[in-house]
Design a protein around this ligand. Structure first.
Ligand SMILES: *[C@@H]1O[C@H](CO)[C@@H](O)[C@H](O)[C@H]1NC(C)=O
Length: 318
């Protein structure tokens, strides 16, 4: 009798302990399990883009002039150090150029980092939506060909208008990039942040759709309104990713089913003190909106944070 009693009193705690152990063991092995903490970016033996990066820009669909001007001014601001007050777009670009020195075993440590010159060599507008309004990967080679003419040394930049959707964007990514299915040429394709996940890809100019929103959305600094500034923000990320991880074996970090790269790993960080729902410190141009980077001709832009691969944290201009 005493024996049976002892067994019964032990049964429940043992059962609970086994249950807890089973739950603990199962939880992290689930396929949906995500790492709680982001893993730092790692370099995976592949080359980065360097020297002169030639771009062919395809404006796919209809855009306003001010949107095109904002993109043009952003790109020419990348190399405008010296003539432009800080914080500048050129300083932001320096941090992308510096990735080369962070490759393990790089002989550049402590030396001057070579510049990466971004040059727009061709530009076209496909205002007639030649392949329709849903851009799948299968169309990228055709569209890229319109601006590269088959020259593999030109990186095709496909910018989608607000009534066009781009396959692969919106799933934790605002743009896609890589090697074209046919051949060796590189491409990047940008979803339009006004319509594709505005709360993610157009934030902080659009209200956040998931998670908290602290304060009002920011006011875009350029004349083209949200459209222009959100495209610049998205292009900045796509360009950073293409340079630091052009072939998928540069700098990246797995994050569940996604891959994080130089800018996407610092998701929604724009200034010091950023946290969920708050972009961090930004500057205000009187009557002209919020920004964190000066460019050529007095232009202002809001640029995303960049992962610093040496200090292993996100870096912001302000
Ligand atoms: C620079 O580009 C060349 C040509 O694409 C490539 O072979 C080389 O590995 C690149 N350098 C770095 C540091 O990635």
């Amino acid at each position: 009798m005493a024996m049976a009693c002892w067994k019964a009193s032990l049964f429940l705690p043992t059962f609970l302990l086994v249950l807890v152990l089973v739950l603990l063991l199962q939880y992290p092995s689930g396929s949906e399990a995500r790492p709680k903490q982001l893993e730092p970016l790692k370099h995976d033996s592949g080359p980065l883009l360097n020297g002169t990066v030639k771009l062919g820009i395809l404006w796919y669909g209809r855009f306003s002039n001010s949107q095109k001007i904002a993109v043009r001014d952003f790109l020419s601001s990348l190399h405008a150090q010296g003539r432009v007050p800080r914080p500048s777009v050129a300083t932001w670009w320096r941090h992308i150029e510096a990735y080369r020195g962070a490759i393990p075993g790089s002989r550049l440590k402590g030396k001057k980092i070579p510049r990466i010159l971004v040059k727009v060599v061709s530009q076209k507008t496909d205002g007639g939506y030649s392949v329709g309004k849903i851009l799948t990967h299968a169309y990228f080679p055709t569209l890229a060909g319109k601006v590269t003419g088959g020259d593999d040394s030109i990186v095709a930049v496909i910018i989608a208008a607000r009534d066009v959707s781009v396959e692969g964007t919106c799933l934790g990514q605002c743009s896609v990039h890589g090697v074209l299915e046919t051949g060796r040429g590189l491409f990047m394709a940008l979803g339009n942040p006004e319509t594709e996940c505005p709360g993610d890809c157009g934030w902080p100019f659009f209200p956040s759709t998931i998670g908290p929103q602290i304060g009002l959305p920011l006011i875009p600094p350029n004349r083209g309104g949200i459209g222009a500034d959100a495209i610049v923000m998205s292009l900045a990320g796509a360009l950073a990713h293409s340079v630091t991880n052009p072939y998928g074996n540069g700098f990246s970090s797995p994050f569940g089913r996604e891959t994080k790269e130089a800018v996407s790993i610092c998701n929604k960080v724009f200034g010091t003190g950023a946290m969920e729902g708050y972009p961090g410190k930004v500057l205000v141009a009187r009557g002209r909106g919020h920004y964190n980077a000066n460019g050529v001709g007095g232009k202002k832009f809001l640029l995303p944070a960049i992962w610093n691969p040496i200090k292993q944290k996100c870096w912001t201009l302000v």
